[in-house]
Design a binder for this molecule. Structure first.
Ligand SMILES: [Zn+2]
Length: 355
């Protein structure tokens, strides 16, 4: 990882956490023990707690009211407002205190006036595929399990098209993020997912992999935590300008994205945001390039949304055109865990762009 933080975990906590034994997770007996009380105060549910593991060593975690502790390496992880922070600072970009102090990472707070104006303006981005892919995924995950467990990486806010999963009571969503955001129930780093091997039925990683320093390692982690045949949905940009400031590292062509998921069988893939969205982003960022002050950039950004948003509707027409996949804004991949990698010859044979 990029940064190594020197402070030992105990010092960043500033105290020794009071930790219950590993047998004190919520029990079926109905007796409210210390672990049950602790677990009840968490934003994640029992199903998620049962599959957690130490992101440092893979050991079992014990749960207390204000912290979790690894039974193997004795590393302690704080719980901030009901959100466990399962991050190992020396393996991550982030310090524990970033989250316990609720400091912004990816999501930057904006003023109420700007938020109000922004809420009234159309967006320049249109995801033309996610509604139908998520509907298909919902159907297929319910064929795998009556009550599927779905890990959402970067789930601090709801991804476009995900509402059908959020609204379905049969689905257990574990919404994780490296940011304290409205729906974050667990803070973790995608490079070291704190979940047991083969423990979840599906993983969603939408508009996230461009923001991690090592997407290949994150996808290896996704493969590790998925049950055999488990499902993955990934949506990642190709032609998009830098967003998320310093937390933006990589872009993928359609084949680059497919190779990233070479240890998965493809169910379907394609354009999620097309050339219309890509052009709207380009025009917006072209205008933004002329301005340095935050105030002017905010004004130009909002105005450009009003000027360029109609371009995105071209994508409804372009989404199924082969020539558009050389110029798309973003691609999705929907597949299932495999044990056999896609070969690079098969990969290049799957090109079906415009040339
Ligand atoms: Zn450990």
């Amino acid at each position: 990882m990029i940064e190594t933080l020197d402070a030992p975990l105990q010092d960043t906590l500033g105290r020794e956490a009071e930790v219950a034994s590993s047998t004190a997770l919520p029990s079926d007996s109905g007796h409210a023990g210390a672990g049950e009380t602790a677990a009840a105060s968490l934003r994640i549910g029992r199903e998620a707690i049962e599959i957690l593991q130490c992101p440092g060593c893979g050991g079992a975690l014990s749960v207390a009211v204000d912290a979790m502790q690894c039974d193997a390496c004795e590393r302690t992880y704080p719980i901030a407002d009901g959100v466990p922070v399962l991050v190992v600072p020396e393996k991550s970009l982030f310090d524990i205190e970033t989250f316990t102090n609720a400091e912004p990472t990816f999501f930057r707070p904006v003023g109420k006036v700007r938020e109000l104006i922004s809420g009234c303006l159309p967006d320049v981005t249109l995801n033309v595929s996610s509604d139908k892919v998520y509907a298909r995924m919902l159907q297929q995950m319910l064929e795998i399990s009556e009550h599927p467990t779905v890990l959402v990486i970067g789930g601090g806010v709801i991804g476009g098209g995900m509402d059908c999963l959020v609204d379905d009571p049969r689905i257990t969503l574990i919404e994780t993020d490296a940011a304290i955001a409205p729906r974050t129930s667990l803070v973790c780093d995608g490079h070291d997912l704190p979940f047991a091997d083969q423990s979840v039925d599906a993983v969603i990683v939408q508009a996230v992999l461009e923001h991690v320093v090592d997407p290949h390692r994150c996808v290896q982690q996704i493969h590790r935590v998925l049950k055999p045949g488990g499902l993955v949905y990934s949506d990642t940009p190709f032609m998009q300008q830098v967003h998320g400031r310093q937390f933006d590292f990589t872009r993928f062509t359609r084949l680059g994205h497919r190779r990233l998921f070479r240890m998965f069988d493809e169910i379907e893939s394609g354009i999620s945001c097309g050339p219309g969205t890509a052009l709207a982003w380009s025009l917006r960022y072209f205008l933004l390039s002329f301005f340095a002050s935050d105030r002017m950039r905010a004004a130009v950004s909002l105005a450009s949304r009003l000027m360029f948003f109609p371009l995105k509707y071209c994508d409804r027409y372009l989404v199924n055109k082969a020539s558009a996949s050389d110029a798309a804004s973003a691609f999705y991949f929907y597949g299932s865990r495999s044990e056999t990698p896609l070969s690079d010859r098969e990969l290049v044979a799957s090109y079906h762009g415009g040339f």
